[in-house]
Every structure is written in structure tokens, then in C-alpha cells.
Design a protein around this ligand. Structure first.
Ligand code: G6P
Ligand code: MN
Length: 446
């Protein structure tokens, strides 16, 4: 089985490869094709993978190319994990938003809109090329903002594109741990959009165990989301929000913490990764160790400003383990390729599963997966406050899609302006002006 990875020179690729190396089952991935627009990044990552494969019998072969059509030829699965504008673009997204007093996070608020505006046209073109060159391939989208980008690609690929994120799995695992239940036996009633979802129930043997957690402030205070949001707010909501909702529920505090920080997340990662890729080019010995050290530092500092704003302290040791993205991707691939029925929380077209949005809207909900793809499971309606947020954010995403399709700058301004975390049309206009001045990928907007 052949897996093609777009953005194959990306830093987190070794996580995917280590999941593939651990898969000894029949029908596993045997060939990995890495595509990237940057040949040096491909070389660097290929070195890490070579280290990983050492001593592993029948390790999947790895080839690299900068030719997209060649990369897609014969692919059974395509992982799309690109970053249009690179980490420098991510840092610009943050800086320009923060200068206007609004959030620049890559998936939430003004930053997410800016990143979406330059990614959607590229993702859509990739989807077209897949539809032409590898019509039988399944596309698994990792590219952020993952819900929006998956929806853009679904307009070309229908249900053959599925978006993934590890945050619902991570949340489920943490909640299962504090409840003392086996996550593999639990049903997680989670619903919303990517980075905008709520865990409303955890069923074990048919009984909902979440009320036991919500009723116990001690337990609530013992894990990441409890520390971020505080027990009283979780009790008010009657649900555990995705960690990215911290940017909504504590927006002022998050914006302040990001403004006061020495460096934004994007700027930190830009520097950190520049160091890694430069070192790989000059002294590639011990590629795996160098990579793993960099990864560990990245994990330890994940959402550090939010945790600081909430007084939440350091991340739990258990949360520093990987096992998120790559395991979801592997499970999804196996279920489709071998008709091994399973359930996963995925980003797919709604088709009536969540009543807050229409059938074509990509939502993040539990799905059954088999050889026919991902089938969203009908979930209970969200409460009104959550429905309102989901609708408002989906409306902003739809403006991004419309702007990308029409090239209309007015629609791009509207996307910023109607987002619940942008509080003024004037600010929206200045944001687009600021972003267009630094991002060549926005030149299409007139
Ligand atoms: C989580 C999110 C991803 C994000 C990743 C890395 O897993 O769900 O969407 O890409 O963290 O975040 P970072 O800030 O390290 O790039
Ligand atoms: Mn994510």
C-alpha cells in the first residue's frame, strides 16, 4: 500500500513514520512518498526517517520528490500536511493580529482566518490534482485550520477527504484517566467544529460517567482542561470544552498573555525549526536524537501562554507523549483499507449529524469508519450558547471559502468582521490590509 505525504518535509512526519514502523499487520503501508516544495526539508526529514528505520525489518520504503503529480501517482492514501507561507507566515499572522489587539492563533480568530485565506486556494488546487491523478485515493487532511481546509477540499473530493485532529482524542484520554476508565471501552459524546467542540458525555457500559467528574471539583482540577477553565466554569457548562475554547472563554486573558510574551508560538517554532533544519544540513549525525529533542521541547511549551494566563502550571507528563495524530491517522487508514470497522472523532461533512449547521458543513463528530469511508454519527443537539458559537464560526469559514473562490477582498474583510473574536469592522479592514502587505499568498484578493 502506498502512502503519499504532502508537506513531507514537515517536522512532525517522523511521528507518522514511527506509527507505520510499529504496524506489522498484513496490508500495511509498504511505500511512503514524501512530497514537499522545499527539497532541503525533504532531505532533512528523510535522514531522520532513515535513522528510525535502522534495524527494522521490512521498514516501509521512503522516496522523496518535489513533483506533485509524480507524488500522487498510484497513491492509495494521501496525507495533506502543508503549511502555506511556512512558520514565518504563522508568526506574521500572530504579530499582525496582536498589534490590533485580537488573537492571531493559527486556527482561531483573526489568525485562523488569515491562514485559511491563503491555504484554501492551495488546498483546493491539491484536491483537484488528486481527483485527476489519483481518483481512488483517500485524502486525510492534517492541514490547519483543519475543519475549514477539509471543507474546501470536500468541494472537489466529496467524502473522500477526511480531516483529523488529535485534540478530541487527547481530551478523551485525559478524562478517561481521571475517571479511571478504559478509553477504548468508552463512548465519547463529543461534537462541534475542529478546535471548537465539547465533550458532553462519557459512556461506559451504557452509563454516563461524566456527571461524576463534573460533580467533583478535586477531580476537575486534576487535568489539563480543568486547570485551564477552572472547575466552576466546567460545571456551568455541564461539559468539557476542547482546550482551544480557552481562546474564546478567556479571550482577554489569552490576548494579554500573548501580547506580553517575549515571543509568539509561531515565532518560537520558526526559530526552533530553523535551528533544527540548519543543523540537519550541516551535521546530520544523530538525526533522530536531534529531532526528538526538538519535539520534546515543542510538546513541553504547547499552549504555554494559555496555561500561564490560567495559572495552570506545566503540562502533565502523560500529555507529553505522542500517540495523537499519527495513531488516529493509522487507525483511520486501516479501517478504510481493510474494512476494519472502528469509531473515531473526525472532520467530515455533517450530513445531518449535528443540527447546528447544514449537511455540507464539515463538523467534528464521532464517526463509524469502514471501507466506505467515515459515517458521522447523529449526536444530541448542542445547547444554544454552543450552537451560536458554532454557527458564527462556520459563517466566518464560509466567507473565507467564498473569498477564495471569488477573489473578493470585500468577502475576506467580511470573514474577519463576522468572526466572534474580531470586534470591529474597522479592525477587520486593517487586518486584511496588514496581512495582504506581508503574504504573497493573498495577492489573489482584489
Ligand atoms: C494540537 C492541535 C494541532 C496543532 C498541534 C501543534 O495537536 O490539535 O492542530 O497542529 O497541537 O501545535 P503547535 O503549537 O505545537 O504547532
Ligand atoms: Mn488540531
Amino acid at each position: 500500500m502506498r502512502l503519499t505525504v504532502l508537506g513531507g518535509g514537515g517536522f512532525r512526519l517522523p511521528l507518522v513514520y514511527s506509527a507505520l514502523l510499529g504496524d506489522r499487520a498484513e496490508g500495511r503501508v509498504t511505500d511512503v512518498v514524501l512530497h514537499d516544495v522545499d527539497a532541503d526539508r525533504l532531505t532533512a526529514i528523510a535522514r531522520v526517517l532513515a535513522d528510525q528505520a535502522e534495524g527494522v525489518p521490512d521498514a516501509p520504503t521512503v522516496s522523496v520528490t518535489t513533483d506533485l503529480d509524480e507524488a500522487l501517482r498510484g497513491a492509495d492514501f494521501v496525507f495533506s500536511a502543508i503549511r502555506v507561507g511556512g512558520l514565518a507566515g504563522r508568526a506574521d499572522d500572530e504579530r499582525i493580529a496582536l498589534a490590533e489587539g485580537v488573537l492571531g492563533q493559527e486556527t482561531v480568530g483573526a489568525g485562523g482566518i488569515a491562514y485559511g485565506l491563503r491555504t484554501v486556494p492551495v488546498a483546493r488546487e491539491i484536491a483537484r490534482r488528486v481527483a485527476r491523478g489519483a481518483p481512488d485515493a483517500w485524502v486525510i487532511n492534517f492541514t490547519n485550520p483543519a475543519g475549514l481546509v477539509t471543507e474546501a477540499m470536500s468541494r472537489e473530493l466529496g467524502d473522500r477527504v477526511i480531516g483529523i485532529c488529535d485534540s478530541p482524542v487527547g481530551l478523551g484520554r485525559r478524562v478517561a484517566r481521571v475517571l479511571g476508565v478504559d478509553p477504548d471501552r468508552a463512548w465519547f459524546d463529543y461534537a462541534g467544529l475542529n478546535h471548537l467542540g465539547w465533550l458532553r458525555g462519557v459512556r461506559i457500559d451504557g452509563r454516563d460517567e461524566l456527571p461524576r467528574l463534573l460533580g467533583d471539583p478535586g477531580l476537575l482540577g486534576s487535568f489539563e482542561e480543568g486547570k485551564l477553565f477552572g472547575a466552576p466554569w466546567l460545571q456551568s457548562l455541564g461539559a468539557i470544552p476542547n482546550e482551544y475554547l480557552h481562546y474564546y472563554y478567556f479571550n482577554r486573558e489569552a490576548v494579554r498573555a500573548y501580547r506580553e510574551a517575549d515571543q509568539t508560538r509561531g515565532a518560537f517554532l520558526q526559530e526552533q525549526q530553523a535551528r533544527f533544519y540548519t543543523r540537519m544540513a550541516s551535521s546530520p549525525a544523530g538525526a533522530w536524537e536531534q529531532w526528538d529533542r526538538t519535539r520534546a521541547e515543542r510538546e513541553a511549551t504547547y499552549m504555554a501562554h494559555n496555561r500561564e494566563a490560567a495559572g495552570a502550571g506545566d503540562r502533565d507528563a502523560d500529555d507529553l507523549e505522542s500517540g495523537g495524530y499519527e495513531q488516529v491517522a493509522l487507525a483511520l487508514m486501516r479501517a478504510i483499507a481493510h474494512h476494519q470497522r472502528t469509531s473515531l472523532i473526525l472532520n467530515v461533512r455533517n450530513r445531518g449529524a449535528l443540527d447546528a449547521v447544514d449537511g455540507d458543513a464539515v463538523v467534528e463528530v464521532p464517526c463509524f469508519v469502514d471501507a466506505n469511508g467515515a459515517h458521522p454519527v447523529a449526536v444530541a443537539p448542542l445547547p444554544e450558547d454552543a450552537t451560536g458559537l458554532v454557527r458564527a464560526v462556520k459563517a466566518a469559514e464560509r466567507e473565507v471559502l467564498a473569498a477564495a473562490e471569488s477573489g473578493s477582498a470585500a468577502r475576506a474583510v467580511k470573514a474577519f468582521a463576522i468572526h466572534p473574536l474580531v470586534d470591529s469592522v474597522t479592525v477587520a479592514r486593517r487586518l486584511l490590509k496588514g496581512y495582504a502587505a506581508v503574504h504573497p499568498g493573498l495577492a489573489y484578493l482584489r
